[in-house]
Design a protein around this ligand. Sequence first.
Ligand SMILES: Cc1ncc(COP(=O)(O)O)c(C=O)c1O
Length: 410
Amino acid sequence: MPATTTPEPAVSSSFEEIMGLERSYLLQNYARYPLALHRGKGCYVYDLEGNRYLDLISGIGVNSLGYAHPRITKVISQQARLLLHTSNLYYHEYQGRLAERLAKASGLNRSFFCNSGTEAMEGALKMIRAHGNSVSPHKTEIISLENSFHGRTLGALSITGQAKYRKDFEPLLPGARFVPRNDVAALEAAVNENTAGIALEFIQGEGGILPVSEGFARKARELADKFNALLVFDEIQCGVGRPGAYFAYQLLDPVLLPDIVIVAKPMACGIPLGAIIANEKAAATIKSGMHGSTYGGGPLACRVALEFFDILDELLPSINSVGGYFRMRLTEMMRDFSFIKEVRGQGLMIGVELTFPCKSLVLDGIREGLLFNCTHDTVLRFLPPYILTEQDVDRALTALTRIFKKAKPA
Ligand SMILES: Cc1ncc(COP(=O)(O)O)c(C=O)c1O
């Protein structure tokens, strides 16, 4: 069992009570693990009994600065005393400053703020649709990748390249076309005058930590230009520092700019915030009154994100070095565990593909005090906080070795 420490402020419910309420009153859409979390500090979270877990999934890539980061806690409490919400009827001092920050970081000039990844994708789809409509009534097709994941709302689902997510909700948006990742010939065959947009999940996260190749990305840019389509990169999971750069597309040399990049997860350290960041051409598709959000870009989320960016600048080198160390140590484990097929990733977005389904290993991880998840059936996914250290990696690898030793490949 994980190390026990003194529990922090009183826990008012038992695990059974929490689970009972979930069973009785919540939609039964989630397959949750048998763990209720109470608090966190740094890269660690604690359950109701005070057991400690090293968190290598960080709320699916959201808790980018871990838990109770002193600078984030400070700005949240300061802002809570001043102003939490304004709506977009009025100005406040942080939204424009954050947009300026995003423009400098991304090379794209104009931002729109929302509250989640899927909402950012919905807005990008509206830009694609408006762009197509402005050219021709036939320009309605959107190309995306097989095996991609873009969110749960109907538009985002329509271009998500995994039938299991789409099948219960059809008919979806017409005009979605899927091509296999990195198949340049298939991409060339799919794009034509009727293509309004090409949306690429730059490193597939849910699909198993699979990157778009440089050649494929450059071809997408070339075809988007040739056929006057908008090129969108979905960096909701792989972006904003996680790959060891602000954005994964910046890892290409020379940098390849999309027309739109969409981001969300890590940007406000657990406060919901998503963004569409667009160049002038894409931004011009949305005119007054065409899009909006009541909560999007509120003072709390924007102020936290500004603080996050200040801290991120100093963290980028260690995201690269600790991520590289983590991948190297995992690769070394391939010598002892022949069921590890591949270790891949970028920065602190890491996937370990096994030869067998890995869901039960996640439960073993919880028993060992280590949180990660299993995606695409056979890929262990690690999206740790950006403050992870090599010592944390060593600790994780010790637990992972114990887990792998007990594993029974089918
Ligand atoms: C690449 C990608 N796009 C979109 C989404 C949807 O984001 P959200 O769950 O915040 O709506 C996700 C979520 O995991 C994602 O990984």
